[in-house]
Design a protein around this ligand. Structure first.
Ligand code: FAD
Length: 430
């Protein structure tokens, strides 16, 4: 493990920019001091940010890492669908930052970053404080494009919850499902690509169906989709046919699934001019990079953040690394697993850059498990690496669960789903 001194870092930053030749470690050794440390600030204590903060400290105890996150406890979106299905409680998907603070020495600040000055290398918190950094990591997740569907807004989400950021919205949707009559109709509006967690809306339909089958078996779920295909589609549809026959209907974009507007008072969803009346509407809005990334000018015209796939450094602002859902990370999906994998690579790259070394060759892994029922799991896995085309999937290294498989296979995958969750949250917050 190498310790990086802040004084040395500043000397080198100046010298390196003057000479453009000497690397950090050579200069640090030459400086020969060890007081203070290089400062990295991480914005957002979710899957990407919390992993990055932890692994920066694990890789180099000499770096001062500050993690800024408004919430004192983080509620994971993974397994929030299981809360809707009645399989998990909110408590069981809520994690604190004690281990990050006490075991890993991460300096936690519970506040919101209001402004970032990429030139001055400083940021301002909502609380008023200004902090300076040597390197900044931004992992703010997603924001919603409220204007994309007429009649929908942050206020309307109190009637038609999105539940796409876990927390009070999850509880609201769960309570609406509990209050719905037997024979009621649930509409899930699924957004266009790209969006957080590609299999998420379909796992959600499955978990809601699991709940309804037990408690309100005459009810129906209609998924109005802006897309014509979706992640693990044949596996989901096989599972629905077997476990919830006739309960879930999927309407593709081509068949009139694209939602144009809603009327929250009348509980109507307007898709390709057909008005669907519902008892419960779960509207998952169009998405963009997190608000602070947009405000800082880290996004391009797609609404997401272009980054150097080797280091996750922004292509628009040097010295700022963007990871997780906000980043355009080639073939990697917008998942918690991918965000965490990116975070580890980003931490290693930041340390290499501090040391004037070439960032290590990076590779990434992602597995998305989905539960169709408590003992029926399916998955898609991929291994990725950097090529001249950016981050691409290594052919043959991953794959999806087989369509033909005995019940015991689905049962095993359900067990792996629970195992995956426990291990990733332990790796990040444990
Ligand atoms: P987040 O984890 O959302 O973290 C962002 C953090 O940044 C938040 O805590 C927020 O408070 C903070 N923040 C935002 N702005 C600021 C600011 N200005 N200042 C300070 N802090 C700020 N992924 C999987 O791998 N497996 C799954 O099974 C899975 N299931 C899912 C199910 C559902 C229903 C959903 C919606 C998602 C699921 N995901 C899953 C996806 C996963 O939740 C995201 O991909 C992951 O959370 C992305 O990590 P992130 O760090 O980019 O964002």
């Amino acid at each position: 493990m190498k310790n990086i001194t802040r004084r040395a870092f500043l000397k080198i930053a100046g010298a390196a920019s003057a000479t453009g030749v000497l690397g950090y470690s050579a200069m640090a050794r030459a400086a020969g001091t060890n007081k203070g440390s290089a400062r990295v600030i991480v914005v957002g204590g979710g899957f990407g940010g919390a992993t990055c903060a932890r692994y920066l400290r694990r890789l180099d105890q000499g770096i001062a890492v500050t993690l800024i996150e408004p919430s004192v406890k983080f509620i994971t979106c993974p397994f929030s669908n299981l809360v809707l299905g009645g399989l998990r409680t909110m408590d069981s998907i809520t994690h604190d930052y004690n281990a990050l603070k006490q075991i890993h020495g991460v300096n936690m600040i519970h506040d919101t970053v209001d402004r970032i000055d990429p030139v001055g290398k400083k940021l301002t918190l909502k609380g008023g404080k200004t902090l300076t950094y040597d390197s900044l990591v931004v992992s703010p997740g997603i924001d919603f494009n409220w204007a994309a569907i007429e009649g929908y807004s942050e206020k309307a989400a109190q009637v038609m919850p999105h539940a796409w950021k876990a927390g009070p919205q999850t509880v609201l949707l769960r309570n609406q499902l509990k209050a719905m009559k037997n024979g009621g109709k649930v509409i899930i509006v699924s957004p266009p690509n790209p969006f957080r967690c590609p299999p998420g809306p379909y796992e959600r339909a499955s978990m809601i169906a699991h709940y309804l089958k037990q408690h309100k078996p005459r009810s129906k779920i209609v998924i109005l989709d802006a897309k014509d295909k979706f992640s693990k589609q044949p596996l989901f549809q096989d599972g629905w046919k077997k476990l919830y026959p006739g309960m879930i209907e999927w309407v593709s974009g081509a068949k009139g699934g694209t939602t144009q507007g809603v009327d929250v008072k009348k509980m109507l969803v307007d898709a390709d001019l057909v008005k669907h009346k519902a008892d419960v509407v779960n509207l998952i809005p169009h998405q963009t990079a997190g608000k602070i990334a947009v405000k800082t000018g880290l996004v391009d015209k797609t609404g997401w953040c272009p980054v150097d796939p080797k280091t996750f450094e922004s292509k628009l602002h040097a010295g700022i690394h963007v990871i997780g859902d906000s980043a355009i990370a080639g073939a990697l999906p917008k998942s918690g697993f991918a965000a965490s994998s990116e975070a580890k690579m980003c931490a290693a790259a930041i340390i290499a850059l501090f040391n004037g070394e070439t960032p290590p060759e990076n590779s990434f892994v992602n597995t998305c498990y989905s539960l169709i029922a408590p003992r029926y799991g399916i998955s898609v896995a991929g291994v990725y690496r950097n090529t001249e085309k950016g981050i691409t999937e290594i052919e043959g290294a991953g794959g999806v669960s087989p369509r033909e498989a005995p019940d015991s296979f689905r049962e095993d995958e359900a067990k792996y789903t629970f195992g995956w969750y426990e291990s990733i949250v332990a790796d990040i917050w444990g």
